[in-house]
Design a protein around this ligand. Structure first.
Ligand code: URA
Length: 436
């Protein structure tokens, strides 16, 4: 038997936890016997001192065992999942999931909601009129069996230890810790039961990991944990310096995803990242298909309309109005559009992702606190990309507005978001590496 204070002191002083100590802590947390202040102190000790791979793996497993696990074994074929560590304008799931399902993978995905400047897949899906994300386990499994694709909300019974830890990390400055993020993400992914998982690990202004080197360490840690548990896991390292898509806001991101699947947004950053991640999942879930063949398959599945059809099937199966796939203007629309203009000429050197995400949050597209209600229609549509020449008075973004209470706060936030420089900046690929 241990005492929490003993374990806090051990970690605070730079010690390595034994598996029994970690299991004890998570056990106490799950039984409601660990005081929040003690958990907070331990989290901060971990933030400063870190954990090695063995400790992180044991923590992940203990967190998985704190709740239910999804059994996907009754579904035939390779079950696949993806996860992004979060960002702005990151609607890749809406594009990747239908492509991979149309290619034969079985996409059984549980997603989360957005908080702060970052968006969440569930909020985006709920922008589609009628769409349900609260399917029961049976409905979820049946839908994956039938159409190969379901994206729903994670139940509170899945990794409850993560819910308790994340709530405290959020308010104690302990979110951006590599072992804590790795255990949080991988416990949920492994508990969801997929055979093959692609992780999109973000770095840069709008990401938890501001530096590429830290994102790489996080990616390597997560891939190692997945592999130890017998799953195929790959992790892309992708930039979140700028928002990924050009539309930020819930219905706006669904609109952009649909337009990509309709072939109307060729060559955009969102399209490139989504296709590449989809190709990895297609390769991982197909027999005898290498990455190049998988890339070609992705392009063919989109151009033939199969991916759009699959998205429509999922929307219909979850009670939504599939006609949004033919006419995205059926998605909720904001009452007013307000242009945001450049006050300086030059080239767009960068668009600060976090600041743009925060401006969208002020308009009502995101939550400042967990209990905030979001407005699906509002958000920001960017009119320029990094590297574009900019004239004084040119429209840089269009704000889609309903409630004007915080319009000024959004406009003020945007003042600092567009970095206009005298020379065109170098362009770098969005995906810097993939950890296999
Ligand atoms: N996403 C998660 O699920 N957990 C973290 O700790 C950070 C991002």
């Amino acid at each position: 038997m241990f005492h929490p204070v003993q374990l806090i002191l051990k970690k605070r002083n730079g010690g390595k936890h034994t598996p029994e100590e970690i299991r004890f802590l998570i056990g106490e947390l799950s039984q409601g016997r660990l005081e929040n202040y003690q958990l907070a102190a331990w989290l901060m000790a971990v933030w400063f001192r870190g954990m090695d791979d063995e400790e992180t793996d044991v923590l992940t497993q203990a967190m998985i065992e704190s709740g239910d696990q999804v059994d996907l074994s009754s579904i035939e074929g390779v079950k696949v999942d993806k996860h992004s560590t979060g960002g702005v304008g990151d609607g890749t799931t809406l594009v990747i999931a239908p492509i991979v399902a149309a290619a034969g993978g079985r996409v059984a995905k549980m997603s989360g909601r957005g908080l702060g400047h970052t968006g969440g897949t569930l909020d985006k899906l709920e922008a589609i009129p009628g769409m349900r994300v609260d399917l029961s386990q049976n409905e979820f499994l049946e839908q994956v069996r039938k159409i190969g694709l379901a994206v729903i909300s994670q139940t509170g019974k899945l990794v409850p230890a993560d819910g308790a830890m994340y709530a405290l990390r959020d308010v104690t400055g302990t979110v951006d810790s590599i072992p804590l993020i790795a255990a949080s993400v991988m416990s949920k992914k492994l508990a969801c039961g997929a055979d093959a998982i692609v992780l999109d690990v973000k770095f840069g202004h709008g990401a938890f990991m501001k530096e590429l080197a830290d994102a790489r360490k996080l990616a390597e840690t997560m891939v190692a944990i997945g592999r130890l548990r017998g799953r195929k896991v790959r992790a892309a390292l992708s930039s979140m310096e700028e928002p990924l898509g050009s539309q930020i806001g819930n219905a706006l991101e669904v609109d952009e995803g649909i337009r990509i699947l309709r072939g109307e947004r060729k060559g955009t950053g969102l399209e490139k990242v989504a296709y590449e991640l989809a190709a990895h999942l297609v390769e991982m879930s197909s027999q005898g298909v290498d990455l190049n063949a998988a890339r070609q398959k992705v392009a063919q599945i989109v151009s033939s309309g199969q991916a759009l059809q699959k998205l429509g099937d999922m929307i219909e199966a979850q009670g939504g109005d599939r006609r949004v796939c033919d006419d995205p203007l059926r998605l909720p629309q904001a009452a007013r559009k307000v242009e945001f203009k450049a006050d300086k000429a030059g080239f767009l050197g960068g668009l600060a992702a976090e600041t743009i995400g925060t401006a969208a949050m002020w308009l009502g597209a995101g939550r400042r606190t967990k209990s905030d209600k979001i407005d699906p229609a509002v958000g920001i549509v960017l009119q320029v990309e990094k590297g574009n020449p900019v004239q004084v008075g040119q429209t840089l973004a269009v704000l889609h507005v309903n409630d004007e209470t915080h319009l000024q706060s959004a406009q003020q936030a945007l003042q600092g978001a567009f970095n206009i420089v005298p020379e065109s900046p170098p362009r770098e690929p969005l995906i810097r590496d993939v950890i296999l």
